[in-house]
Structures are given as structure tokens and as C-alpha cells.
Design a binder for this molecule. Structure first.
Ligand code: SF4
Length: 458
């Protein structure tokens, strides 16, 4: 039986039960955001770089069909087998067929949010295939049977002690050990054995180049390289939107990506794959899974420009204080909240409301996606489509009536002040979600308008 999904607000309440932990999560992500700022301010031409990245991606979206076909031709000429998948199911079946053809029942995989989106690990597990995630953060959450909570830092929700406990259970490290060097060494030994014994390695794709038929995978740990260099078969999974026209465009995106993600000038390993080495098989799976639908939505197509740097997550006050799991979607945070409704409006109708609409996400986005505008537009689409809860719809309609009429507004203000002063339990009770999270203010004696009229003698 499937566990019912908790909406973002309900899941956030649980996340917020431990205040010290939430403060730590908030500060940790803000530290990453601050590192990003320092890295960005070192480049005077940052805004030009963002504009260039945005325009190249715009061009890529407008010419996606032609660029993908060009990529297929070039990649095929290079000896790469190109597959097309309409959705996650097709993608997973293609991976399975490659594994079966190779006669293996285990595989090593570097970080790929697309395979999270397609639920590849669960699918393969059901078919008796063991998958080991080789990104350290992903391996940690995999051992804990959790999904990643962040697209760049998958285990950012865990403290050293949590990792120590996980490694003690799964890798046999000393109980209570929290020394990062000791724990990393244990992970290194464990993963080294995995790399040496897996014949098939799967990677994601950060950028695919139409002009050359090659693709680039960025990691800080070199785990994609370790996996693919030692494997007989390399499978790369790529969403349609990863296509860029030319190799020269990489210089723009590689500079934008690392600085926005972790504040580094460059990702430690930006590995370029153009063809299989002698005796190796190389496959690339081009996956749609709702991307062409999103491309056909004028208000939301820009979301496909995303290079998955996570800067919008790190800066988002709601993400930092509600955690990645509250978003119940492979990609959390502001970008996840504009991508997820495209995949399933009913299931993800709560997500565009998980924002203050402060616009910080759009300000930091290296490819200038209008994230907060799209969050706002999704709210309208979802409300008009009847996907928003009745309570919220009634509340919003009542508020619209009050705010549309000066007379109602004044009366509502008077009533509010009266009840807050004389019968506070009518406002300050558990039925009021605002009160559940906050101290209610002292009601003022009069409204600003009344004060102004009185002071000015109007
Ligand atoms: S939407 Fe922009 S800021 Fe957010 S992950 Fe994508 S590229 Fe980065």
C-alpha cells in the first residue's frame, strides 16, 4: 500500500518540530548561499555571463527538436548508441534491457536527478538488479533508504553523527565515530570495491553538445569517471533540456554552474565523453518525461533552462526551513515547485504555494529563470483548474471580496481588532494556521487610516 503523500505545509510542521535542527539546516544552506555570493562578486562580468547563459538556453529551447536530431546524428557517428524515451517507464526499461544484454545484475551509478525523477533504483531493485550510488551524499541517503533532499548536496539534511551511525550500521565503522576523514575513508574503500567490480556504469548528463555529439558530466568526487573508466558499458541518462548548440557554449555554463552551486570557480571534474573507448559500449538515453509538454506552456517553458545548480534552493527561506523532503518531489525547492505541477497537477498542487514570492530565487538563478513569477502563475493555473483545496479557495475568495471593497475592508479591520482584544480565543486557536506558527500581535487601537484622518484633521 502506498503511504499517502503529506502536503508541503503538513510535512514542514514535522520538520520544524526540532528547532535547533531547523536552525542548523537553515544556517548550513545560507553558508552555501554566501559562498556563492563571494564567488560571484569576484567576476565583474557575472551579469553578462548570466545573460549569455539565458540566451543560449532560450535558443536551445526554441530549436530543441533540431538540436536533438543533430546530437543524435553526431553521437551515432561517434559510435554512441542513442535511445529515445517518452517517459520514465520507457527510460527504465531501456536501462534494464542494456543490463540484461550485458548479462549483469548490478550497476554503479553517479548522481543523476533524472533517474530519481524516473524512480530507476526502485524499478531495477524490483527486477533483481542492485544499484550502488557512487556520489558520497547519494550513497549515504541510499543506505538510509531515503531520497536525496537537495539536488547538489543530497545528504545536506544529515549531521556528522547521523552519517557516523549510518556507516556504523552499513559499513561497520566504529560506533559513535564522527570524524569526517575517518568516515570518508570508509566510504572510499567501500566505493572503490564497487567501482572495480561493476561492469556497467550509469551517469547523468549536465550538458550535451549538438555540434559534436559529446556530453559533459560534472562531479566534485570524480565518481562518474571512476565508474565509467572501469566499466565495459557506460549508460548516460539525459533530459531533453540538457542540449546546448556548441562546444564553445560550455565555457559559459561551466563558469555559471560551479559558482552558483557551491561557490567554486570550477567543478573539480568536468568530464567530456565523445565516444566509447575501444571495447566499451556507450549508450545515451534522451528522455522527454513531460519536457515537451512544459515546452508547450508559454508561461512555464523557461523552467527548462535550469542547469540544476540549486542556488534557488539555498537562498529560499522556505526551503531552508522546511527541508527537501517536504516537497515530495525528486527536485525540491523553488525550481522543483515549478517543474513538478507539469508532471502531475493534482499531486503537486501544493508546491507553488510553498514560497513567499520574495523573488530571491529569480535573483540568484544563473540562467535568469523567472522562478517566482512562474510560482505565482502556477497558483492561478492550479486554482482555475480546481486543484487547490476547498478551504484555500474559500479563504482566497473571501479575502478577494474584502480587499476589493473599502467598506468591507474597514469593517473587517474593526471586527478583527474588536475580537482580538475582547475575545482573542476566536482568533488565537488551533483552527487558525497563522496562530499555530506565530505569536499574534497586540491589536492596535485604530487603523492607520483612522489615525491619519484624525492626525490630519481630515
Ligand atoms: S532554477 Fe536556476 S537557480 Fe534554481 S537550480 Fe535551476 S539554474 Fe539553479
Amino acid at each position: 500500500m502506498n503511504t499517502p503523500i503529506k502536503d508541503h505545509a503538513t510535512a514542514s510542521v514535522e520538520f520544524n518540530k526540532d528547532e535547533d535542527y531547523v536552525n542548523w539546516h537553515d544556517e548550513t544552506l545560507w553558508f552555501v548561499r554566501s559562498k556563492r555570493d563571494k564567488a560571484v562578486f569576484q567576476i565583474p562580468e557575472w551579469e553578462q555571463l548570466r545573460e549569455a547563459g539565458s540566451q543560449i538556453k532560450n535558443h536551445g529551447l526554441s530549436n530543441m527538436h533540431d538540436l536533438l536530431i543533430q546530437f543524435e546524428e553526431k553521437a551515432t557517428q561517434n559510435g554512441i548508441k542513442v535511445h529515445w524515451a517518452a517517459d520514465g517507464k520507457e527510460h527504465n526499461e531501456i536501462v534494464l534491457s542494456i543490463l540484461q544484454k550485458a548479462g549483469v545484475n548490478r550497476m554503479v551509478k553517479s548522481k543523476s536527478m533524472l533517474t530519481e525523477e524516473c524512480h530507476l533504483n526502485d524499478f531495477l531493485k524490483e527486477k533483481g538488479i542492485e544499484v550502488i550510488d557512487s556520489d558520497l551524499g547519494e550513497r549515504i541517503v541510499q543506505m538510509r533508504n531515503e531520497p536525496p533532499s537537495h539536488i547538489v548536496l543530497p545528504a545536506i539534511h544529515l549531521k556528522k553523527a547521523d552519517v557516523g551511525e549510518t556507516f556504523h550500521i552499513h559499513l561497520g565503522t566504529e560506533k559513535g565515530a564522527t570524524d569526517p576523514q575517518y568516515l570518508t575513508e570508509a566510504a572510499r574503500q567501500h566505493l572503490r570495491d564497487t567501482f572495480l567490480t561493476r561492469k556497467v556504469a550509469l551517469t547523468g548528463v549536465n550538458f550535451a553538445i549538438a555540434e559534436t555529439g559529446g556530453f559533459v558530466v560534472c562531479t566534485n568526487e570524480g565518481n562518474a569517471d571512476m565508474g565509467t573508466h572501469l566499466a565495459d558499458v557506460h549508460i548516460a541518462s539525459m533530459g531533453f533540456e540538457k542540449i546546448i548548440p556548441k562546444a564553445e557554449h560550455l565555457s559559459v555554463f561551466l563558469r555559471l554552474l560551479a559558482r552558483s552551486a557551491t561557490g567554486q570557480p570550477i567543478t573539480t571534474f568536468s568530464s567530456h565523453f565523445h565516444k566509447p573507448r575501444e571495447g566499451q559500449e556507450m549508450h545515451i538515453i534522451l528522455v522527454d518525461n513531460g519536457r515537451t509538454t512544459q515546452l508547450g506552456r508559454p508561461d512555464f517553458r523557461n523552467s527548462l533552462k535550469c542547469i540544476r545548480c540549486a542556488a534557488c534552493m539555498n537562498t529560499c527561506p522556505v526551503y531552508r526551513r522546511s527541508g527537501g523532503f517536504s516537497y515530495h518531489s525528486a527536485v525540491a525547492g523553488p525550481i522543483g515547485s515549478i517543474l513538478a505541477p507539469n508532471l502531475d497537477m493534482e499531486k503537486n498542487a501544493d508546491l507553488p504555494f510553498a514560497s513567499t514570492l520574495c523573488g530571491s530565487c529569480s535573483n540568484v538563478c544563473p540562467v535568469k529563470i523567472d522562478i517566482h513569477d512562474q510560482l505565482y502563475k502556477w497558483r492561478q493555473v492550479l486554482a482555475q483548474g480546481g486543484y487547490v483545496s476547498k478551504v484555500k479557495t474559500v479563504g482566497i475568495n473571501s479575502m478577494a471580496t474584502v480587499l476589493n471593497s473599502p467598506k468591507f475592508f474597514r469593517t473587517a479591520g474593526k471586527l478583527g481588532r474588536f475580537f482580538m482584544k475582547n475575545a482573542p480565543f476566536l482568533v488565537n486557536n488551533s483552527m487558525n494556521p497563522w496562530y499555530n506558527q506565530r505569536e499574534m500581535p497586540e491589536p492596535p487601537k485604530e487603523s492607520f487610516r483612522d489615525w491619519y484622518i484624525r492626525e490630519k484633521g481630515l
